[in-house]
Design a protein around this ligand. Structure first.
Ligand SMILES: [Zn+2]
Length: 327
């Protein structure tokens, strides 16, 4: 389907800009930024939870206290004191955003010079150690940069110099960030999942997606709905709380919007298959306790990225699995 989005050939500068080599280099830099996103976004989220849920809502909201325990019962003073302590801690913490302050060594706080922030090369030159305190810098940083570069280049190869490549690389960035944050914190931030849904739907509506707006809209609804239904069925059958997190539903909705509902059976099959094999292996070697929730996002990301690069195979897989759909 390369170049299927426009009428006529793309201008030379577009062909160059969207070539696998240029996008691979861009992917290195985006991968470097994704390392920052994966490191900071959960911190920003959790500060937000403390600020909103705990301090403002649960602790200092007298109305909710009284409707829960009766209007005669005064909220205990400890609650107000705890709310005050949390607020003081929030005010004492230096402001944090994705762009500021500059990247620092997590061990000693040494701010990274520009020469220490070059994707992959800096890590190699520093031999994986901070220049100030010599603490090891995880191998994950250069791996994320390299993987993002590779995925950008493969997307350019799969879709050619087209809007589909631009949409695809944006989706790659969101999926890589989601996979790592879910792996670290079992958390899929709305600020990553909702944009994936929006970009999928917008690209389809603008006619620059691999799928029609109809397939994208059905894909978004089906992606959310199928995991929701699975979660509810599980909860009813086993009389347990719903194990399916809403973030996973939004993430699969995004993949459905991006790649159409026809890709969803294959994505679910690959994600569940790889997830079970790795999950069972981790439990077998004692690396994972059966009770702790296993993040599903990394497997959804892996399957979604595969479907982005091999969409026709995933659709064919769905047709084999579900012949009655006759897509
Ligand atoms: Zn350091």
């Amino acid at each position: 389907m390369p170049g299927a989005s426009g009428s006529g050939a793309a201008p030379d500068w577009v062909v160059l800009l969207l070539s696998p080599w240029v996008l691979g280099l861009l992917g290195l830099c985006i991968g470097s930024f994704l390392n920052v996103v994966v490191h900071r976004l959960p911190t920003m989220y959790m500060r937000g939870w403390w600020a909103f849920d705990v301090a403002d809502f649960a602790l200092s909201d007298r109305r909710s206290w009284r409707s829960a325990f009766g209007s005669q019962v005064e909220p205990p003073a400890e609650l107000a004191a705890a709310a005050g302590a949390i607020n003081r801690q929030i005010e004492a913490s230096p402001p944090l955003s994705l762009l500021a302050p500059r990247s620092r060594c997590p061990h000693c706080g040494h701010p990274l010079r520009a020469s220490e922030n070059v994707p992959i090369l800096s890590w190699l030159a520093l031999r994986g150690r901070c220049s100030a305190c010599k603490a090891p810098i995880g191998l994950r940083y250069p791996l994320v940069e390299g993987a993002t570069a590779l995925l950008f280049a493969l997307t350019a190869l799969a879709y050619g110099p087209s809007w589909q490549t631009v949409v695809g690389c944006t989706a790659v960035s969101l999926l890589v960030a989601m996979a790592l944050i879910d792996l670290d914190y079992t958390l899929l931030p709305d600020s990553l999942t909702i944009p994936l849904v929006a970009i999928g739907l917008a690209a389809a509506a603008a006619g620059v997606s691999v799928v029609s707006w109809r397939d994208a809209a059905i894909g978004a609804l089906a992606g959310y709905g199928v995991l929701w239904a699975l979660g509810v069925t599980w909860a009813v059958l086993f009389r347990k709380p719903n194990a399916m997190a809403e973030g996973d539903m939004k993430m699969l909705a995004g993949l459905g919007a991006l790649l159409g509902w026809q890709s969803l059976p294959g994505i679910l099959l690959v994600a569940a298959g790889v997830g079970s094999v790795i999950g069972i292996a981790l439990i077998a070697v004692g690396k994972h306790r059966r009770e702790t929730p296993i993040p599903f996002g990394p497997y959804l990301a892996l399957a979604g990225l595969s479907a982005l690069l091999l969409r026709e195979r995933f659709v064919a897989l769905a047709e084999d699995m579900l012949p009655f759909l006759g897509a």
